[in-house]
Design a protein around this ligand. Structure first.
Ligand code: ADP
Ligand code: MG
Length: 685
């Protein structure tokens, strides 16, 4: 039965506009079980012929039938499968992969087959190696630790692993000394005697003499085709071994096995990608740098958002920022040519009427706050301002909490009880270090303070001490004040009018609008061109929020630029990697790698590089944001202390971006690598 049938086959190289006819009108038929030598002078077309017979390239003219198939019409994938299952190659320069062990090199064809009997094949590989004189001790060595003859025997084992129909050898002894040449030829003869079809390409007449048939090429034409001996008439050995191997039945078990095998190959791929990256450590690190910085910036943006959120939560809580403060503005009035003074609303008649007019927009309260008054404590005279509050909740708005004691009760608030909650810094102002009161169990709770001056004369009993308040946004003396129920102060201060008050806007009322509305109303109503001002902490905070948004946007822009530049770097390095490894690609293709195998290998490599860079970027980003949050907590301890920042969506985005970069920037080089012509790759040295 004929294995090859070539009819009028020609091959024309087309390089840079020059065409060269390397094969012309070749007509040969090779049957199973033959041992053929193809000989000829250098440049006669032997390697071109070998590429055709090995399905590494396709004839440009004529009919080419291999094993009953018209190969010219086959796609590259089908040709790769045929190389994998039916062809075994031995090359002059061994074509072993330097980073794979001897056993892994022999197992290479298995990687590209759809067989699932890996362990059985591995045993076969070991048996083959032993049969060819390479015992156990060699199996885990790297090819670089072998002699030429040993390398060629490893290559021969690899070629025989999947029991190919044809063993194709291109100058198999060209790089060997005479002794090992003899060994390899003896092996060929032995294989031939067992029925193996062998085609050897050589320029060495001695090698050619060992074959049963000799085909001589000259200038691309068959000059001579002679039988030197009768061919073996044995049934080919490959037949029997093949029938036991391939099992294409689709059972649930084989499906699971297939999935497990795919996973195993993927982890192998990732591991070998890591090896390749480690082999160019500095280059990989530099290439990944841009992406790393880009991903880190994503984490910083996400983290910054979280830090800012924490800070603002603290601030809103601290400063009662939803409040609006409205006051008569003497300077503004004078500037507008109006009256500099205003006695204010009468507290008993005018203010309640005014407040009820706007009741549906918010709660209006007279602002009760004194300048610094004399405070007489038992041990030390001092000064402090007083602040009156209306609602126990205001204490909570004011500060994160109490350091000691309690807030006034609702009853104490309503009735104007003589109680006080001290700002954190006042305790040391009022009581000397030596004060005997400090020895008391609940100090300073229960201590009595006499307030004198500021139209006030009253005794206050200390019921609580506040934690330190944040004074970043005004209220610079907040920690030096005494806080009491507003009713207590109003009662004793004998206050009759008010020109400064606060509004707690109702839900769904825009504070800015309400502030403007109320000041306009007052200005229109008041006589003498009086002007009013409003202060809305929330507006201030909105401005800061906007500013931070700009910073986030800028960081994002820089991050995106880094990712783009980093991605172009990865694109570039992938092209370099593919170019550097054209020979390796050729070897893999000769062993049956499909274009998609090669493409996926390079994709795995670029994704591994990118995900590695991305993961480093994520760590860097997390460290940076947490350092930032920590620094903030050190410089602004009142904002709620250090909270570790961990942003799952930033992390997910970072990983997704890295993965996408690996695919996006690796795809074109990877696809190009997959599409390279196998014969062209093998020519590369
Ligand atoms: P051999 O293996 O017998 O030395 P080859 O098959 O390698 O010969 O080459 C046959 C002829 O084709 C040579 O003259 C060579 O110069 C030419 N050739 C080989 N490869 C190319 C190519 N890529 N482009 C153009 N000409 C080529
Ligand atoms: Mg050659």
């Amino acid at each position: 039965m004929s294995l090859y049938r070539l009819e009028n086959v020609g091959y024309v190289y087309n390089d840079a506009g020059q065409s060269f006819r390397a094969l012309d009108e070749v007509n040969i038929t090779i049957s199973e079980g033959e041992f053929v030598a193809i000989v000829g002078a250098s440049g006669s077309g032997k390697t071109t012929m070998m590429n055709l017979l090995g399905l590494l390239s396709s004839p440009t003219e004529g009919r080419f039938v291999f094993d009953g198939e018209e190969t010219v019409s086959l796609g590259e994938g089908d040709r790769a499968s045929l190389r994998n299952t039916s062809l075994g190659f031995v090359f002059q320069h061994f074509a072993l992969l330097p980073r794979l062990s001897v056993l892994e090199n022999v197992m290479l064809p298995y990687r590209f087959s759809d067989r699932l009997d890996g362990p059985a094949l591995e045993r076969r590989a070991q048996e083959l190696l032993v049969r060819l004189g390479l015992g156990d001790t060699f199996h885990n060595r790297l090819p670089s630790a072998l002699s030429g003859g040993q390398k060629q025997r490893v290559a021969l084992c690899r070629a025989l692993l999947l029991s190919p129909k044809v063993l194709l050898a291109d100058e198999p002894t060209g790089a060997l000394d005479s002794k090992t040449t003899e060994e390899v030829l003896a092996l060929f003869e032995e294989l031939h005697s067992q029925g193996q079809t062998i085609i050897v390409i050589t320029h060495d007449p001695e090698v050619a003499a060992r074959a049963a048939r000799r085909i001589v090429l000259k200038d691309g034409k068959v000059q001579e085709d002679v039988l030197q001996r009768q061919p073996q008439v044995r049934a080919p050995a490959s037949q029997s071994s093949r029938s036991t191997t391939s099992s294409h039945e689709r059972t649930p078990l084989s499906f699971l096995k297939g999935v497990a095998e795919r996973l195993r190959r993927l982890t192998k791929g990732v591991r070998s990608a890591l090896n390749d990256l480690a082999a160019h450590r500095l280059r990989s690190a530099l290439t990944g740098l841009g992406l790393m910085i880009g991903v880190a910036s994503i984490l910083v943006i996400a983290g910054l958002g979280a830090v800012v959120q924490n800070v603002f939560n603290g601030l809103f809580y601290n400063a009662g920022t939803s409040k609006i403060y409205i006051w008569f503005d003497g300077e503004k009035s004078a500037a507008a040519g109006g009256m500099r003074h205003w006695k204010g609303f009468d507290l008993r008649s005018e203010f309640p009427a005014f407040a009820s007019q706007f009741a549906r927009y918010g709660t209006f309260r007279p602002f009760v706050s004194t300048r610094s008054c004399n405070v007489r404590s038992p041990s030390k005279p001092a000064r402090a301002g007083l602040t009156g509050l209306y609602d126990p909740a205001e204490f909570v708005e004011l500060d994160t909490g109490l350091r000691a004691g309690r807030f006034p009760t609702a009853l104490e608030m309503a009735s104007g009880a003589n109680v006080a909650v001290l700002g954190s810094d006042t305790v040391d102002n009022f009581f000397t270090k030596e004060d005997p009161a400090r020895a008391e169990a609940d100090f300073p709770l229960g201590q009595s303070l006499a307030i004198d001056g500021c139209e006030v004369l009253l005794n206050l009993r200390v019921i609580g001490v506040l934690e330190k308040r944040d004074t970043t946004f005004g209220q610079r003396d907040a920690n030096d004040r005494i806080y009491s129920p507003a009713n207590t102060l109003l009662k004793s201060m004998g206050l009759r009018t008010v020109s400064f008050f606060s509004i707690l806007p109702a839900r769904d009322v825009d504070p800015t609008w309400l502030g403007k509305h109320v000041t306009n109303y007052l200005a229109a109503r008041a006589e003498g061109g009086r002007q009013f001002s409003s202060g809305i902490p929330a507006e201030f905070i909105e401005k800061i929020r906007g500013f931070l948004l700009i910073i986030q946007g800028l960081t994002g822009f820089i991050g995106a630029l880094c990712i783009l530049v980093g991605g172009i770097g990865i694109f570039n390095i992938m092209i370099v990697t593919v170019t550097e490894r054209v020979r390796e690609i050729g070897i893999l293709k000769s062993q049956g790698a499909h274009p998609h195998h090669i493409r996926n290998q390079f994709l795995v490599e670029s994704v591994t590089l990118c995900v590695l860079a991305g993961a480093t970027g994520i760590v860097l980003g997390l460290v940076l944001t947490n350092a930032l949050a920590f620094a903030l907590s050190v410089f602004q301890p009142t904002l709620g202390g250090f909270q570790p920042v961990f942003t799952p969506w930033g992390l997910a985005t970072g990983l997704a971006v890295s993965f996408a970069c690996g695919i996006g920037f690796g795809l074109i080089p990877a696809v190009r690598a997959g599409r390279l012509e196998p014969a062209a790759c093998m020519r590369e040295e």
